[in-house]
Design a protein around this ligand. Structure first.
Ligand code: SF4
Length: 62
């Protein structure tokens, strides 16, 4: 499922922003494999976050 409301407010997109992408974000919840869609701690009930996506809440993985 996708959470369109928060996707819009966070300006989510399915492509990276330069070298910033979900897989390198502290808030990403990985899926079943490194290339599978996952979740995000600030996107409730969204299970289709791309590892190569990006939004304005991006925070470098510690
Ligand atoms: Fe991706 Fe944004 Fe979630 Fe980080 S906060 S994992 S950039 S959707």
């Amino acid at each position: 499922a996708k959470n369109d409301g928060i996707r819009t407010s966070m300006k989510y997109k399915d492509t990276p922003e330069g070298d910033k992408k979900c897989t390198d974000c502290n808030l990403f919840v990985p899926g079943a494999s490194p290339t599978a869609p996952g979740g995000c701690k600030v996107f409730p009930n969204d299970t289709e976050i791309s590892p190569n996506g990006y939004c304005i809440a991006w925070a470098k993985k510690a």
